[in-house]
Unconditional design. Structure first.
Length: 317
């Protein structure tokens, strides 16, 4: 294990690209007051989790997220190629077809298992780009991970464009636990979610909260609840070096605070909108559990994961 491998793939990229320096922060007292009011209402309504880190959920956490919060999760980046071109995408441009496991570039999917075992990871998310552009690569990954001697949680992130009956059957047979759909990437079309529910007990949706889409977001929440989808994960719309110009072109502005653990900053309005959606779900849904994985949450995960990784590297040095 090389010394550089103790840092995440994104941390190594940080040395080459940075966000524009934030302007002197302007205190938006009205927004701050609205956020305080939302947090009081959420607390009174029975929200779960931590307000301090903004790790909040309405009913229960998705299984993979529980392990991730403990620093036991990681990402398996299958490819940078995609079927969509979302303005909020944080992947490197121009897009690259590369396979990266826990921040370590590899040549073959079967190499992933040794890295997952080496770092004692318990939960992995297969992502991209759109990973199902390369279904054989994804299936080889899952099968190699399922050959490990211990239980491992495996989720697949997709926009749903390449989902069909055949691939769903193959993913289930290979041992995938659940799919997570980015419905914002496909203008909230529920078709792939409905199809996936025929093959998987657990199907989730994971999206950025774009404040201007609030009516569609509320409608999606109620549709998912009626369909019996168990989990919706939401996070802030954020700026990063790869999407800064396009997000700014949408009229968004970044928060002034920075983090030494993250390469991104949330937009000023998205956090408030996420809390509004969380409260709406808490007051109106019957089964759906909504989890707000904020930038504060992601910072905590990054910090805990890096500390854990350095500890393990010390043991294997």
């Amino acid at each position: 294990m090389k010394e550089a491998d103790s840092l995440s793939w994104y941390a190594r990229k940080a040395a080459l690209t940075t966000l524009p320096a934030p302007a002197a922060p302007e205190v938006d007292t009205r927004r701050a007051g609205r956020i305080e009011s939302l947090l009081r209402r959420l607390k009174a309504a029975g929200i779960k989790g931590s307000i301090r880190s903004m790790t909040l959920f309405t009913r229960s956490l998705p299984p993979g997220c529980r392990l991730c919060l403990k620093g036991q999760g990681s990402n398996l980046f299958v490819t940078g190629h995609c079927t969509r071109d979302c303005f909020f995408c944080f992947n490197e441009k121009p897009r690259k077809d590369e396979l990266v496991v826990h921040g370590i570039p590899v040549d073959q999917p079967e190499e992933a298992a040794a890295i997952i075992e080496r770092f004692d990871l318990r939960s992995v998310g297969i992502s991209g780009g759109e990973p199902l552009l390369f279904p054989d690569r994804v299936l080889r990954l899952i099968r190699s991970l399922r050959a490990l001697p211990r239980k491992l949680r495996i989720d697949l992130y997709t926009n749903g464009d390449r989902v069909d009956k055949e691939i769903l059957q193959e993913l289930r047979s290979a041992g995938l636990d659940a799919l997570r759909f980015n419905l914002v990437a496909r203008d909230f079309s529920l078709a792939p979610v409905r199809q996936a529910l025929r093959y998987f007990k657990e199907v989730a949706v994971e999206i950025p909260v774009i404040p201007e889409q609030m009516p569609k977001l509320r409608g999606m929440v109620m549709d998912l609840d009626r369909m019996g989808v168990p989990f919706l994960n939401i996070h802030e719309l954020f700026f990063c070096p790869e999407n800064f110009d396009r997000v700014a072109a949408e009229g968004e502005t970044p928060n002034a605070q920075t983090s030494k653990h993250l390469l991104w900053r949330p937009t000023q309005a998205s956090g408030e909108a996420a809390l509004e959606l969380l409260l709406y779900a808490l007051e109106n849904t019957r089964r759906l559990s909504v989890y707000y994985c904020s930038c504060g949450t992601q910072e905590m995960i990054s910090r805990n994961g890096l500390l854990r990784r350095k500890r393990l590297n010390g043991k294997t040095a």
